[in-house]
Ligand binder design. Structure first.
Ligand SMILES: *[C@@H]1O[C@H](CO)[C@@H](O)[C@H](O)[C@H]1NC(C)=O
Length: 238
């Protein structure tokens, strides 16, 4: 009777211990392989050197075709739809020269060309020349000092042109223009040179007035006589 538990224990040691061995080299190798697969995907995904706000940016599709290695382009909307509106960026105003440089960012849509629309207070917008799809900035000329303007950028492809909000006249009248949209309102500051001219003009006028007052005081008043002095002279003669 004593032999059978001992025998059972012996059998248990012989059959279970090798299975319970935790350090099985094959298991380890498999685990390592799993880890390397998740950390290093078979095709490394490198985005193309494409910046949708960069001026004279080569279209991403062309970068993909020309590049030595495959790269990824951002997704675009369908070419069968008009482009999404571009995003208006900074408007840099050069007040002395009556011009402004407008920057924008491309939409994530196929674009054939851009143009600008400018409202200057009259009902109709002025449409700028057509610009090719690489262009991201353009110049506005002939702006009046002190003038308020609304400028919008439009993108177009075969399917049509991007939406322009009812920004023009309403925008000029103070309605809010959404940030990150295709439009921007700006005011050209008064020309600093005209301010200097005005200041010099006012200064000169004041100086002339003072001179005139002095001349009147010392010369003309003597000739025409002052009532009080005339009375004093008459009193002296007596
Ligand atoms: C697009 O227009 C810009 C500015 O006018 C010009 O420098 C550039 O060469 C044009 N690119 C193409 C592809 O026509």
């Amino acid at each position: 009777m004593l032999g059978s538990p001992c025998l059972l224990w012996l059998l248990a040691v012989i059959f279970l211990v090798p299975r319970a061995q935790p350090l099985d080299p094959q298991d380890f190798e498999e685990e390592e392989e799993d880890e390397t697969e998740t950390a290093w995907p078979p095709l490394p995904a490198v985005p193309c050197d494409y910046d949708h706000c960069r001026h004279l940016q080569v279209p991403c599709k062309e970068l993909q075709r020309a590049g030595p290695a495959a790269c990824l382009c951002p997704g675009l909307s369908s070419p069968a739809q008009p482009p999404d509106p571009p995003r208006m960026g900074e408007v840099s105003i050069v007040a002395e020269e009556g011009r402004a440089v407008v920057h924008w960012c491309a939409p994530f849509s196929p674009v054939l060309h851009y143009w600008l629309l400018l409202w200057d207070g009259s009902e109709a917008a002025q449409k700028g020349p057509q610009l090719n799809a690489t262009v991201r900035r353009a110049e506005l000329k002939g702006l009046k000092p002190g003038g308020v303007y609304v400028v919008c950028v439009v993108a177009a492809n075969q399917a049509g042109a991007s939406r322009v909000p009812e920004a023009g006249r309403e925008g000029l009248e103070g309605a809010d223009i959404p940030a990150f949209g295709p439009c921007s309102r700006f005011t050209v500051p008064p020309n600093p040179r005209t301010l200097v001219h005005a200041a010099v003009g006012v200064g000169t006028a004041l100086a002339l007035l003072s001179c005139a007052a002095l001349v009147w005081h010392f010369c003309l008043r003597d000739r025409w006589g002052c009532p009080r002095r005339a009375v004093a002279r008459a009193a002296g003669a007596l």
